[in-house]
Ligand binder design. Structure first.
Ligand code: NAP
Length: 306
């Protein structure tokens, strides 16, 4: 793979930025990668583990001269960071982001982008429950989707270059409109996370009654909820605050379906339960056929659970 940008600046050095750095290096996609994080501790860790070619003490130093600047901070912080870097952005440069919500990020960032700079929002659909500069790895984006969400006036050349970068990092790339993105993600990611948070919260309340049983027998499905519910609190707070309408729409539908299943259980309607579970099982098969998960039992953990 050949070099796509001379200099890339990663702002925020957590899971996504660190994975981008290792994936960029793996394929030689940039001449130099600079990085900035707001805390001394994160910048120190980055220097210690060799994350970024140059870790800068100010966001302006990291951005100055960069051909691509990627905002890798929580969604709620994107606007303030864009405002800080706007005066030093190089004419002709591209600004992108990796935020999990797109309409809000566009509204917060676009007003700060100078005329001479391109803005091409993006969202890699890849992650883990870990965060911070030491959590990244080069393979995170391999065979995962990255959605580009161009805004009015995003230049085709700038979009094509960013697409090449994500493909070089191993991702499959698609383009999508911001509102559609936010609705799709509410279904596939945001509502499921809220449900996992709720289920783990309910079990935690129950634990006070049943002592340690909830932990001891957690392999029976609950453990997978706890993994999701261990995700970064700041990131997920911002997702729900900024993708409010789509998430509430999906949660409304979810609640209706939950009530319908609750009634089926109460009335002993086995046929309805069986039909419902047959339909959902087919969805899992579709995800595996699309190469987006393993069909190994128990997600390939090597142990079985009921
Ligand atoms: P992370 O590991 O928690 O790292 C966040 C980084 O942002 C840290 O370097 C942190 O700096 C910095 N930061 C936090 N608050 C800030 C603020 N108010 N101003 C400036 N910098 C701030 O996060 P991540 O998982 O990489 O997520 C980054 C972005 O990617 C988020 O927008 C998220 O929605 C999106 N995303 C996440 C996932 C996922 O699964 N994690 C997947 C796709 C997209 P310090 O370390 O110095 O505090």
């Amino acid at each position: 793979m050949s070099q796509i940008y001379d200099r890339v600046a990663l702002i925020g050095l957590g899971l996504i930025a660190s994975s981008m750095f290792w994936a960029i290096k793996r394929a030689g996609l940039a001449g130099e990668v600079t990085g900035y994080a707001r805390s001394d501790a994160t910048r120190e860790t980055a220097r210690r583990i060799g994350l970024c070619d140059r870790v800068c003490n100010t966001v302006q130093d990291a951005v100055e001269g960069a051909d691509l600047v990627v905002l890798c901070v929580p969604v709620g912080a994107m606007g303030a960071v864009a405002q800080e870097i706007a005066p030093v952005l190089k004419p002709g440069a591209t600004v992108s982001d990796v935020g999990s919500v797109k309409r809000h990020v566009i509204e917060a960032v676009l007003p700060h982008i100078p005329e001479s700079v391109h803005f091409v929002p993006a969202h890699p659909l890849a992650g883990t429950e870990h965060s911070g500069p030491e959590s990244g790895f080069a393979e995170l984006f391999d065979n995962r989707w990255c959605l580009l969400v161009p805004v009015d006036g995003s230049e085709p050349d700038a979009i094509a270059r960013l697409r090449a970068l994500w493909e070089g990092m191993g991702a499959n790339v698609d383009e999508m409109d911001a509102d559609h993105h936010d609705l799709v993600l509410a279904v596939t990611s945001h509502a499921p996370h809220l449900i996992a948070y709720t289920m783990v919260g309910v079990a935690d309340d129950l634990r006070r009654v049943t002592d340690t049983e909830v932990i001891k027998y957690s392999a029976a499905g609950f453990r997978d909820f706890t993994r999701i519910a261990a995700s970064d609190p700041t990131m997920w707070r911002d997702v729900f605050l900024t993708n409010k309408d789509a998430t509430l729409e999906i949660l409304g539908r979810f609640t209706e379906e939950l009530f319908a299943l609750q009634r089926a259980i109460r009335t002993g309607d086995g046929e309805q339960l069986f039909d419902y579970f047959t339909r959902t099982r087919a969805i899992r098969r579709g995800i595996i056929d699309a190469g987006q998960d393993t069909d190994a039992p128990n997600f390939g953990r090597g142990t079985t659970s009921t």
